[in-house]
Write a protein that binds this ligand. Structure first.
Ligand SMILES: Cc1cc2nc3c(=O)[nH]c(=O)nc-3n(C[C@H](O)[C@H](O)[C@H](O)COP(=O)(O)OP(=O)(O)OC[C@H]3O[C@@H](n4cnc5c(N)ncnc54)[C@H](O)[C@@H]3O)c2cc1C
Length: 430
């Protein structure tokens, strides 16, 4: 398991999710039809579908359930894809782009369907605000609404500055925004636990604290772990930004970007609702996004900043607090109770990277949701399972999208880091 030091501090989610479903470590050799590496949203979603279809399925996870991004995320259920739809149109044509958009919408519905079907609560709330950091962002938000409408998605509303301040947010720093009633937020670790319980119920095996040390390819895939080898006909890599060097053909195409989150002490319902009146998820329009929302126990969870270099500030709370106070100066007297971070998986073009590789053509992967994985990952897990079962051809849509490898090593990509600094500088220029 990769140790991330300061990023691995106890998250608000782990402190509030309750007991996870019981899973052990892999302690013997085992043979299955499909092995899945990674017990985040992607891997667990695939496991539910495969096990429900009677496929012998085992998930191996280096840490506890949701150890990667899924247990650390901002929990925002976003609409569409990180770079917007134009890149899909270039890569897949208008029809393919529409199919991809519809899949992203199905991804949102899938969260609710699974919670209802398997009877778990992950605090899903609908409503999402995107805020303009500068006046020019209002034009971008209008263009975004037009794009969504052209893909059949209605209901978003542009909010002038006065309305945003009087009806929605207790801050005056934004120049307006948009409200999307079809996006929202959830408690991600409760969602992970719910998915894991569902996968176990369907008959999947889940082994936690079981890092895969080596992956041997062939008609039979062998995953070497500390106390046993998992052998499988097929493999799903659901490792996203946490893959490190395990399988270079796909790790080259993803860049782990660290993002940080702080959680305040509970503010009480009234004070919390002065910050976000209708409990929406909120993000701003900068390239390096600030994202925030309230928790069910009325804390402000505030995320943002980022690191492309692998360097992290030693005191995350002190590093993040000024950002939060810039938006909400009225929280100057409030204590920060949790601060953590995690790695978002970014691809070069910001489109999800999915495909089938391997010497025997039996390795599926989906990664690089580029900050939109809460909604997309469950769907990509489902599509990988559908591809393996031969019941759903839509995975091939994503496999058609070309992806560039990042130049440089996994955590040292100087050219790309400079590119990101350029965009950060652009954010700062009003
Ligand atoms: C701080 C932060 C904030 C975010 N905010 C948002 C947000 O608000 N909205 C949004 O849509 N997205 C957000 N994201 C991104 C989103 O969380 C991810 O896209 C999503 O969780 C990816 O899920 P996953 O299952 O594919 O990967 P992960 O959850 O990262 O799971 C991969 C798993 O693979 C395991 N693994 C890797 N290698 C091995 C190995 N060799 N052996 C065994 N196990 C291994 C890891 O331990 C890890 O648990 C955020 C991410 C972070 C880090």
């Amino acid at each position: 398991m990769r140790k991330l030091g300061v990023l691995d501090a106890l998250t608000y989610y782990r402190a509030s999710a309750g007991d996870p479903p019981r899973c052990g470590q892999l302690s013997t050799d085992m043979d299955v039809d499909v092995a899945i590496i990674g017990a985040g949203f992607t891997g667990l979603s695939a496991a539910i579908e495969l096990a429900a279809a009677g496929v012998r399925t085992a998930v191996v996870e280096a840490g506890p359930l949701g150890w990667g991004a899924s247990g650390r995320t901002g929990g925002q259920i976003c609409t569409s894809y990180s770079p917007g739809m134009a890149k899909f149109v270039s890569a897949l044509g208008r029809e393919g782009a529409q199919a991809a958009f519809d899949i992203s919408e199905e991804g949102k519905r899938l969260i609710t369907q699974r919670a209802e079907a398997y009877g778990f609560d992950c605090e899903i709330k609908w409503g999402y605000l995107i805020c303009a950091n500068k006046p020019a962002h209002m034009d971008e938000l209008k263009a975004y609404i037009d794009e969504l409408e052209s893909f059949g998605y209605g209901g978003c509303e542009l909010l002038p500055k006065e309305r945003l301040e009087s009806d929605y947010l207790g801050t005056r720093i934004y120049h307006g925004g948009l409200r999307d009633p079809g996006a929202g937020h959830l408690h991600p670790l409760k969602y992970v636990h719910g998915l894991a319980a569902a996968a176990l119920k369907e008959g999947a095996r889940i082994f936690i604290h079981t890092p895969v040390r080596a992956l041997e390819q062939g008609k039979k895939i062998r995953l070497r772990c500390d106390a046993g080898t998992l052998t499988a006909d097929r493999l799903i890599l659901a490792t996203n930004a946490y893959i490190d060097g395990l399988y270079p053909p796909i790790s080259r195409r993803i860049m782990p970007v660290a993002s940080y989150i702080i959680a305040t002490e509970p503010l009480g319902k009234e004070r919390a609702r002065e910050l976000i009146r209708h409990d929406e998820a909120v993000a701003d329009e900068n390239f390096v996004v600030d994202y925030f929302r309230l928790s069910a126990d009325h804390r402000l969870l505030f995320g943002g900043r980022c690191s492309y270099s692998g360097w992290h500030p030693q005191n995350l709370a002190a590093y993040m607090r000024p950002r939060m106070l810039k938006v909400y100066p009225q929280l100057a007297d409030v204590a920060i109770e949790h601060a953590w971070g995690g790695h978002i998986g970014i691809t070069f073009n910001r489109l999800p990277d999915a495909g089938i590789t391997g010497e025997a053509g039996n390795i599926w992967h989906a990664q690089g949701y580029s900050g939109h994985g809460v909604a997309l990952s469950g769907m990509m897990g489902k599509l990988m399972a559908g591809s393996i079962l031969g019941t759903d051809e839509r995975f091939e849509l994503f496999a058609r999208i070309p992806h560039m490898p990042f130049p440089g090593g996994v955590l040292a990509r100087p050219a790309h880091t400079l590119g990101m600094l350029y965009y950060r500088a652009r954010d700062l220029l009003g």
